[in-house]
Design a protein around this ligand. Structure first.
Ligand code: NAD
Length: 293
């Protein structure tokens, strides 16, 4: 069994990005600039945005955090997004989701200029990704593909089962794995809450991507000998043994599944750090105008 270490790979990628930024600046270019919009003061969102700002600093990007009160209207927020769209100094824009209930997630996503949509959530980027055009690919699926690439996990012709059909993980990773690409050409089955015989479907998989958000759902009897298991799930549970008072549990019962696997990602330290670094990769692409010239 080989552990797929997202922490090490993400540090390598951050070092590569930092080096590239240094060279850009040396040649008189501008540092990549990410703007993040945060509405309200939800604890988890605050943490995620703080991580993104810290990651930017670590690789030498400029970041701007724009905070708005929970009471901001949808129209006002869209106007703020338009201002960032029009600001030539800002390369990438993310709006930390979820936004308050009186604001439509979809309207907010659609207000972002696709050329600055480094989260890859805009329908134009999603559509371009599906038909194989250059696009910003959302961070978690992009991070998973990068892990498979760097660990040289074979995917062509493999039977891959994705558990979960969300817009941010299940659907995009399924689409990427069927593309004609160096990491792709897989035969993909997408499972969800209404799938019948899930255990039987999973037990035939060469690769399982678990993204359903149910702690330790995937057990050893669902996994065939030699399978590759990518655990996307994060469930926060209280813990007496950690300083913070909680710990993160994946969708896979790691201790019993790992011995059967050829490759497996841990939680934490697998897909999570790769998700963070993928946003930096997209922001660098945005600053270099690689996807939208
Ligand atoms: P979601 O709630 O939007 O989607 C969950 C999906 O799982 C749904 O499509 C649902 O049909 C399916 N599902 C639920 N119960 C099921 C069951 N019993 N059997 C089969 N399918 C079932 O979740 P999401 O946003 O895709 O996130 C999934 C998990 O991944 C969560 O734990 C989330 O915290 C985590 N996540 C991690 C990262 C990361 O960086 N590691 C990024 C995004 C999401």
């Amino acid at each position: 069994m080989q552990l797929i270490d997202g922490k090490i790979i993400s540090e390598q990628i951050k070092a590569e990005i930092a080096k590239e930024v240094e060279e850009i600046v040396k040649k008189g270019g501008k540092k990549p600039h990410l703007a993040a919009i945060l509405v309200g003061n939800d604890g988890a969102s605050e943490t995620y945005v703080a991580h993104k700002v810290k990651d930017c600093a670590q690789v030498g990007f400029t970041s701007t955090l724009l905070r708005f009160d929970n009471s901001i209207s949808e129209e006002e927020l869209i106007n703020e997004i338009k201002k960032v769209n029009a600001n030539p100094d800002i390369d990438g824009l993310i709006v930390q989701l979820p936004v308050p209930k009186h604001i439509s997630d979809n309207k907010i996503i659609e207000a972002i200029d696709p050329a600055k949509d480094v989260d890859g959530f805009h329908p134009i980027n999603v559509g371009r990704m599906v038909i194989g055009l250059p696009a910003y690919v959302s961070a978690t699926p992009a991070g998973i593909i990068e892990l498979l690439r760097r660990y040289k996990v074979p995917t062509a012709g493999k039977n891959c089962v994705v558990i979960g059909r969300s817009n941010i993980v299940g659907k995009p990773i399924s689409n990427l794995l069927i593309q004609k690409a160096d990491v792709g050409d897989a035969t993909v089955t997408i499972c969800h809450s209404r799938t019948e015989n899930l255990k039987e479907v999973c037990s035939k998989a060469d690769i399982i991507i678990a993204a359903l958000g149910r702690a330790e759902f995937v057990t050893a009897d669902m996994v065939k000998e030699g399978a590759v298991v990518i655990d996307v799930g994060i469930t926060r549970v209280e813990s007496q043994t950690t300083k913070s008072g909680f710990k993160l549990i994946g969708d896979v019962k790691f201790d019993e599944v790992a011995p059967k696997c050829s490759f497996i990602t841990p939680v934490p330290g697998g897909v999570g750090p790769m998700t963070r670094v993928a946003l930096l990769q997209n922001t660098l692409l945005a600053s270099k105008k690689v996807i939208y010239k």
